[in-house]
Design a binder for this molecule. Structure first.
Ligand code: ATP
Ligand code: MG
Length: 322
């Protein structure tokens, strides 16, 4: 595992901002660190990037313990911070020269790394312009370029798309996909559900400094009954029934006893079936056909991470927004 975090803790006075957090990032994969405002995401990634000393816990990079500010392992990590860290009066190239000097890259290596990073984020043609003339999205992309100069194996991005227009956002996503394809590990913090869905193979949800879920998207979806629910709009046979919505169709009780069916109900001409596994859905449709019950439409529900968060915590993400 490229990154392994275990039992990480950080207190600010009385507040425990990070309370025993643990998870991993494999090379060539993206892990999403997801949680509402104040969940402890930035505090966690600051400890992983070696900027903040944990009160307890371990950060391992390729099995080696990251030992604070001066650890040589820090070179293997690149952080794109939540707040832009750029000098507005300097050009993009001057900014990158400054960041490169922090990593003590020698002149030729730095020049090469700069061109590569600027080309990668699509800013090569604007490299001589002062940052204050950049759009918000361009500044975000330059921030990403700065984190890539020293060619880190693990790239950490702390809400990199805040204030970014859809086009730049899409460009950043493409950049991250390309980095992942090159075998980089990515840790991506966000509170946008759809970003984690789009980018991450693994999703770690944090709330009040604790991990409340660590799973792939499919695994998270399985925790929600809605994601295993099949609805079927029934056709004419029910309409021939004298009181279609009052009387349950004759086959309903039998359907409820079918393997993999947890519950089945009919209301207003629509059959709703809760399944043990979504893969049972075709069997339900086959059951209906076998019982001479035509239908006009069927659908399953898609669980988004918003609803998963609600199911896990009883709160919506917006409830807690600062
Ligand atoms: N330097 C600090 N001093 C005191 N408290 C802090 C400090 N930094 C963070 N906190 C507190 O720790 C908690 C976690 O903050 P953190 O910035 O890690 O959350 P976050 O998940 O990154 O939130 P956001 O989505 O808003 O960026 C919050 O309650 C915050 O107020
Ligand atoms: Mg933060």
């Amino acid at each position: 595992m490229l990154l392994e975090v275990s039992e990480l803790r950080k207190r600010y006075g009385k507040l425990t901002a990070v309370d025993g957090v643990g998870f991993g990032v494999a090379a060539g994969t993206c892990t999403g660190l997801l949680g509402p405002n104040g969940a402890g995401k930035t505090t966690t990634v600051s400890m992983i990037a070696g900027l903040l000393a944990p009160d307890a816990g371990r950060v391992l990079i390729d099995g080696q313990l990251l030992g604070g500010e001066t650890s040589p392992l820090k070179r293997r990590v690149g952080l794109v911070p939540q707040d832009l860290a750029l000098y507005e009066e300097l050009t993009a190239r001057e900014n990158l020269t400054f960041f490169g000097s922090l990593y003590r890259l020698e002149r030729d290596a730095l020049a090469r790394a700069m061109d590569e990073a600027l080309a990668f984020v699509g800013l090569l043609d604007r490299a001589g312009d002062r940052v204050k003339t950049y759009s918000g999205g361009m500044k975000r992309r330059l921030n990403l370029a700065a984190a890539l100069l020293h060619d880190p194996d693990l790239l950490i991005l702390d809400e990199p798309t805040v204030g970014v227009d859809p086009q730049s956002r899409s460009a950043i996503f493409d950049n991250l996909e390309a980095l992942r394809a090159r075998g980089k590990g990515i840790l991506y913090t966000t509170h946008y559900m759809e970003e984690a869905e789009r980018l991450c193979q693994r999703i770690v949800i944090v709330d009040h400094g604790k991990v409340i879920a660590d799973d792939d998207l499919r695994g998270l979806e399985r925790r929600l009954p809605e994601s295993r629910r099949l609805t079927v709009d029934l056709d004419v046979v029910l309409a021939r029934d004298p009181a279609p919505d009052a009387a349950a169709p004759a086959w309903l009780a039998e359907l409820a006893r079918e393997p993999g069916v947890e519950a089945a109900a009919v209301a207003a001409g629509r059959l709703t079936v809760d399944l043990a596994e979504l893969s049972r859905a075709p069997a339900v449709l086959a059951f209906l056909s076998a019982h001479g019950q035509p239908f006009t439409h069927f659908a399953t529900e898609r669980a988004d991470l918003e609803s998963i968060f609600l199911a896990l915590t009883g709160r919506t993400l917006r409830d807690q927004a600062a």
